[in-house]
Design a binder for this molecule. Structure first.
Ligand code: SF4
Ligand code: SF4
Length: 316
């Protein structure tokens, strides 16, 4: 049971990317991290991606792992996709080199790979890149995924639109009786408003059926240092201080230093969710076309993943 994994406080969640609809990459990432010991996987809300993750489990011969799908509200960065304005673009291709997903080549965006991380827009000298929100209609997307068998739905409650957030959260509550994950950050909220939101949204749920995923800076991971992960730990501390009957995971800028820093700060979380950093450290292997057939490449990558998973164990 997913609850057991959370209760053991050793939960490592691999975040494949809410916007990552690249089934081929998801299959490889899931196979790799499942083999390395990960048992909780966060995926884009897509049937194709869920099927790919299940193929990854089969490859790794793992049958006790859990799937979570991620959804968000309009303009949530996790559901944004980059768009290039070619009237402004000067073809410098700086954007190509910073994309962690290989989602932009010669300033052309492959939407299914884009996770809306914002790196390309930040580096563009001409302000040629903006984002469109790929908001999904939850009543169309979620029921078929629930029928397929998922263990958790993660809702990204970012931004200030409380009405939309509450309405969507309530809808997910009604249609799904598994564990829900509320991913939220300080972002545009004061500490008080963050606590208010978390209390309101988790307050109607039975004790310990909700994960609060304390997001530092969403999708900011990449560097393996304390500074990058500090915000996730600070957000977790705010949630922990409320003593709510919820599970607590850290995310957003998480890396191999997160658990260590969390322990130093007295954070008693149930685990760590890692996305950008976990994908980055195995990128050169996963990009190989023969990755799942090349025993040596796969085993090398598994060792790297195992090291990260071990470093994220808060009970160590
Ligand atoms: S960084 Fe901006 S200007 Fe340069 S290629 Fe990309 S979109 Fe075009
Ligand atoms: S840098 Fe980020 S936002 Fe830009 S194309 Fe790549 S994944 Fe998408």
């Amino acid at each position: 049971m997913l609850k057991d994994l959370l209760d053991a406080k050793k939960c490592f969640k691999l975040v494949c990317g809410a916007g990552n609809e690249d089934a081929n990459v998801v299959e490889k990432l899931v196979a790799l991290y499942a083999k390395a010991g990960c048992r909780f996987f966060d995926l884009s809300a897509s049937e194709e991606v869920i099927d790919a993750a299940k193929r990854g489990f089969e490859f790794a011969k793992v049958n006790d792992a859990y799937l979570c799908v991620s959804v968000g509200i309009k303009n949530d960065p996790h559901v944004n996709k980059a768009v290039v304005d070619y009237e402004k673009c000067i073809s410098c291709y700086s954007c190509d080199s910073v994309c962690p997903q290989g989602a932009i080549k010669y300033a052309k965006v492959k939407k299914f790979k884009c996770i809306g991380c914002g790196r390309c827009a930040k580096i563009c000298p001409k302000g040629a890149i903006s984002y469109v929100s790929e908001e999904k209609d939850l009543s169309e997307v979620l029921p078929p995924l629930i029928s397929k068998g998922i263990d958790c739905i993660e809702f990204h409650a970012m931004g200030l639109n409380n009405e939309e957030i509450e309405q969507k959260w309530n809808y997910i509550n009604e249609i799904f009786d598994g564990i829900l994950s509320l991913c939220t950050s300080r972002g545009k909220l004061s500490d008080e408003k963050l606590v208010e939101r978390v209390k309101k949204l988790t307050g109607t749920r039975a004790p310990y059926t909700t994960i609060v995923q304390a997001d530092g800076f969403p999708m900011s991971g990449g560097q393996d240092d304390y500074k990058t992960t500090l915000q996730a730990v600070a957000t977790a501390e705010i949630i922990q201080n409320e003593n709510l009957p919820v599970y607590l995971l850290l995310s957003g800028g998480t890396n191999s230093k997160t658990a260590e820093l969390a322990k130093m700060c007295g954070i008693n979380a149930n685990g760590v969710s890692v996305g950008s950093f976990a994908r980055k450290i195995v990128k050169k292997y996963v990009e190989r076309e023969d990755f799942l057939r090349n025993k040596f490449a796969f085993e090398d990558a598994v060792k790297i993943a195992e090291k990260l998973i071990n470093s994220c164990n808060i009970t160590n």
